[in-house]
Ligand binder design. Structure first.
Ligand SMILES: *Cc1c(COP(=O)(O)O)cnc(C)c1O
Length: 366
């Protein structure tokens, strides 16, 4: 059997991509918000069901500049159970991350522990829709209103997810999506910010283009974070196949669930009520005292068979060498527990069902 990785990037048929990029040779317009860029913005606005969107070179810069656009100061409440990008984006804005614990059900921010972390220096909350599991957006909204805080969601995992028929990018002041090669939808590298306030569009446009307001005027300390035409072309192609990809991912997920639900000491996430999922990840948590094997033991057994699950998310960002001595004073017992016991299993549309069967057999029986 060939190596099986945790994900496999989605590519359109090569002829489709060639056809899509051909027109770029007519105009020689390669980047700086060209025709493909605008087309993709329009199509994504519709697909994600959001009023406004701004595209970026990658998800990380989208998040960094979304935070910058809100003129935040002081402290930002977030979780350490996430990818490096979330915490880095806060710190690179000169802000202090304050780590809130997660809940054990779906690993998103524990909304009952946010208020005790709010101080007079708090300016925002940056929750993560981790694995595509949706945060308690209503409770977070209530808290934000009460304390006048901004909310910027890291929705990197939540492309296409809907809650009660509404796109997930409609909550908070802004949401960041990642279109990295490893995500459900990719533009090779890429990302977006969605939002409701029209004024933010101009601001984000400037910030991703060096803060240039007009040929004679530079108003913001911007970056270069523009999505180019080849990225946008990849997005236009992949978007035509996204529903099919999500459908195939659901089949893989269902198969995993058939094998793994009900196994003692193994926790998988329940399907949430009223949510249209994107089946982005399949996290599984081992309680070694009941299951008999630790996460690391399972991970080794899989690796011996050339199957590469990922310890997503371990370590916690607050335990990184660059943060350990500075920002890790908050206690997050649930996040610590989960990070030591969780892996995400291989999941992508083309993963053969027999491979799912084999992976589960190794986990349960070896
Ligand atoms: C992928 C990811 C990002 C960053 O996105 P890039 O497009 O890779 O820059 C941010 N947050 C989370 C949770 C992610 O998984």
């Amino acid at each position: 059997m060939n190596k099986i990785f945790v994900t496999k990037s989605i590519l359109p048929p090569i002829e489709e991509y060639i056809k899509e990029i051909k027109t770029i040779w007519d105009t020689s317009w390669l980047t700086n918000m060209g025709v493909k860029h605008h087309e993709l913005e329009d199509e994504l606005k519709e697909y994600l069901d959001v009023p406004f969107i701004s595209l970026f070179v990658n998800g990380h810069m989208a998040l960094e500049l979304a935070l910058q656009a809100h003129d935040l100061t002081g402290e930002v409440i977030t979780t350490p159970f996430t990818f490096a990008s979330t915490t880095h984006a806060i710190v690179r804005n000169g802000l202090k991350p304050v780590f809130c614990d997660i809940n054990i059900e779906d690993y998103t921010i524990d909304v009952n522990k946010i208020e005790e972390l709010i101080t007079e220096n708090t300016s925002a909350i940056v929750p993560v829709h981790v694995y595509g599991n949706i945060c308690d957006v209503e409770k977070i909204n209530d808290i934000a209103q009460k304390y006048k805080l901004k909310v910027i969601y890291d929705a990197a995992h939540a492309f296409g997810v809907q809650i009660k028929g509404q796109g997930i990018g409609n909550f908070g002041d802004a949401s960041m999506f990642s279109f990295h090669a490893t995500k459900v939808f990719n533009t090779i590298e890429g990302g977006a910010v969605t939002f409701k306030n029209q004024k933010l569009h101009r601001k984000l446009y400037n910030l991703k283009n060096f803060g240039i307001e007009s040929p004679d005027e530079v108003c913001d300390v911007g970056a270069n974070a523009k999505m180019n035409e080849f990225q946008a072309a990849m997005g236009l192609c992949n978007l035509r196949h996204i529903e099919n990809e999500i459908k195939k991912r659901k089949n893989v997920t269902d198969r995993y669930k058939d094998h793994l639900s009900g196994i003692k000491g193994v926790k998988i996430c329940d399907e949430a009520q009223g949510i249209k999922s994107n089946y982005a990840y399949f996290p599984i948590l081992f309680d070694e005292s009941i299951f008999g094997k630790t996460r690391d033991q399972v991970s080794h057994l899989l690796e011996k068979e050339q199957i590469y699950a990922r310890k997503y998310f371990y370590p916690l960002t607050k335990d990184y060498a660059c943060y350990k001595k500075i920002f890790n004073s908050c206690l997050t017992p649930v996040a610590n527990y989960v990070a030591a016991r969780i892996i995400t299993l291989p999941l992508y549309g083309e993963l053969p069902i027999e491979h799912v069967d084999k992976i589960c057999d190794i986990i349960i029986n070896e």
